[in-house]
Design a protein around this ligand. Structure first.
Ligand code: BG6
Length: 481
């Protein structure tokens, strides 16, 4: 795909995301031989930094054992260029710098490949897109623009962003990152569904009772209160990460594994989901407990009376032939009792069951930690009795694939960008469909219209109402755990 070498420009190079995710991922790709030869990486941001400060910053989070020699080599293919985000002169100077680097590396003008990785605060997003297009765009050769969330706050702001971006770059040039799409188990969803005859045949309302997609984090907004309070848990992880997972669980079989075929199906299924009703939502905010501060005590929080939810359980209804009547319950929370992301598909009761009390089957895909696929399954208790017991058919990655390393989501996604594979990136119409599902609810929450926020203790399972809430949608927890 890369006809020539690539120059990667990390915009927002002094930020947290670049330091913790982007540079370590670029390093691993370099270390394992996945970066094209002759790659160069330029960090760009407003802060003044010396070359040494920059190198120290971008290598601090690299944790690959025995890679010291490669880290030294990696340092030689990167440098920092300081500039503003809203100023043509800065971008012209960046362009001159890139040209010099390309010339030094013997790259023909016609074979310039430039990748712009935008890890930027939303406020500078539009000026940067215009500045890049006007001054730094590779007219000959190729341009890739990688965009990090947030992609707006609601339908209107997202549309505005999309229009500004579309004025500058074509959809083929744009890669909207949702890093959940780079996670191993999320990438596995299509394989599990479409390469196994027993799943593909029972994947509908006739056999499936409910789907739960759960995200639990054991820490609060600590240190990110400014950002988090504006966005809240729904915008932060549900509208993007969990909805992406939902669309892969619920979509129809694509006609091929081509990116557009997959994305067409994802958009189609999202369009079958009406906006979430407030009555289908349980919202919460954590309070101090177990020696940990409550959300409102976060020092980085401006509004000390904030009603921003840090927990939400929301139910989506997919109104099509396959899914009508099956609740898709999306649950996410900060400051909970566990660190876990999983997809739990609960099947219906066996009709005319001979074995009263046998629990429902469940298929669970654990996204993290410790990837696993397991099925809750009824078995005869070994021995002279005929009791049924529930057991697991368990595929745990750490025991089955001992010698294989599971790549980080960012490694996988950045490699996709290099290969120009859009399968795991969010298309613009997909984003629009996603916002439509959440915008009315978010506006009610922002406007505090009849919205109740339940308290829950830091380190707990979430609001006390949670079990009752999932039960309302038919989730049967009797023997399934
Ligand atoms: C980010 C959110 O998109 O995803 C964070 O902004 C959240 O609040 C993070 O912690 C979770 O990602 P991961 O990969 O740690 O599950």
């Amino acid at each position: 795909e890369l006809n020539g070498a690539i120059t990667i420009v990390v915009l927002g190079a002094s930020g947290d995301l670049a330091k913790k995710k982007t540079y370590p991922a670029l390093f691993r790709l370099f270390h394992y031989g996945f970066l094209p030869e002759n790659t160069f990486i330029v960090g760009y941001a407003r802060s003044k930094m010396t070359h040494e400060e920059y190198l120290d910053r971008i290598t601090r989070f690299i944790k690959v054992k025995g890679a010291e020699e490669d880290i030294e080599k990696f340092k030689k293919i990167t440098s920092y260029h300081q500039g503003q985000y809203d100023d043509d002169k800065s971008f012209q100077s960046l362009n001159d710098y890139l040209k010099t680097l390309e010339k030094e590396r013997g790259i023909d003008v016609g074979k310039r490949n430039r990748m712009f990785y935008m890890a930027l605060p939303p406020s500078v997003f539009i000026p940067v897109a215009h500045g890049l297009k006007k001054n730094v765009y590779a007219k000959e050769g190729s341009t890739r623009v990688v965009v990090e969330k947030p992609f707006g706050m609601d339908s209107a702001s997202s549309k505005h962003l999309a229009q500004s971006l579309a004025q500058c770059f074509s959809e083929e040039e744009v890669y909207r990152i949702d890093h959940y799409l780079g996670k191993e188990m999320v990438k596995n969803l299509m394989v599990v569904r479409f390469a196994n005859i027993f799943f593909s045949q029972i994947w509908d309302r006739k056999y499936i009772d409910s789907v739960q997609i759960t995200f639990k984090e054991p820490f609060g907004s600590e240190g990110r209160g400014g950002y988090f309070d504006e966005f809240g848990i729904i915008r932060d992880v549900i509208q993007n990460h969990l909805l992406q997972v939902l669309s892969l669980v619920a979509m129809e079989r694509p006609i091929s594994t081509e990116a557009e075929a997959i994305r067409d199906e994802k958009v189609k299924v999202l369009k079958c989901i009406p906006p979430i009703e407030l009555s289908d939502a349980l919202l919460g905010q954590y309070v101090a407990a177990n020696g940990k501060p409550g959300y409102l005590e976060d020092e980085t929080l401006k509004d000390k009376n904030s009603l921003t939810p840090t927990f939400a359980a929301l139910v989506c209804w997919v109104q099509n032939e396959r899914w009508e009547g099956v609740p898709f319950i999306l649950k996410a929370g900060k400051a909970l009792n566990d660190a876990k992301v999983e997809i739990r598909i609960q099947f219906r009761n066996v009709a005319g069951n001979l074995y009263k009390g046998a629990a429902r089957n469940e298929l669970v895909l654990r996204v993290q930690p410790e990837e696993a696929v397991y099925i809750k399954f009824n078995n005869k208790e070994p021995g002279l009795s005929y009791h049924t017991i529930q057991t697991d058919l368990d595929l745990s990655y750490h025991s089955r694939y001992k010698d294989l390393e599971i790549p980080d989501a960012y490694d996988s996604l950045l490699l996709d960008v290099m290969r120009r594979d859009h399968s795991n990136f969010v298309r613009s119409d997909e984003l629009e469909a996603a916002w439509k599902i959440f915008t009315p609810l978010l506006h009610k929450i922002d406007g505090r219209e009849g919205v109740k926020i339940e308290n829950y203790a830091y380190g707990s399972r979430g609001p006390a109402q949670l079990d009752g809430f999932v039960k309302r949608y038919g989730y049967d927890k009797s023997e399934a755990h």
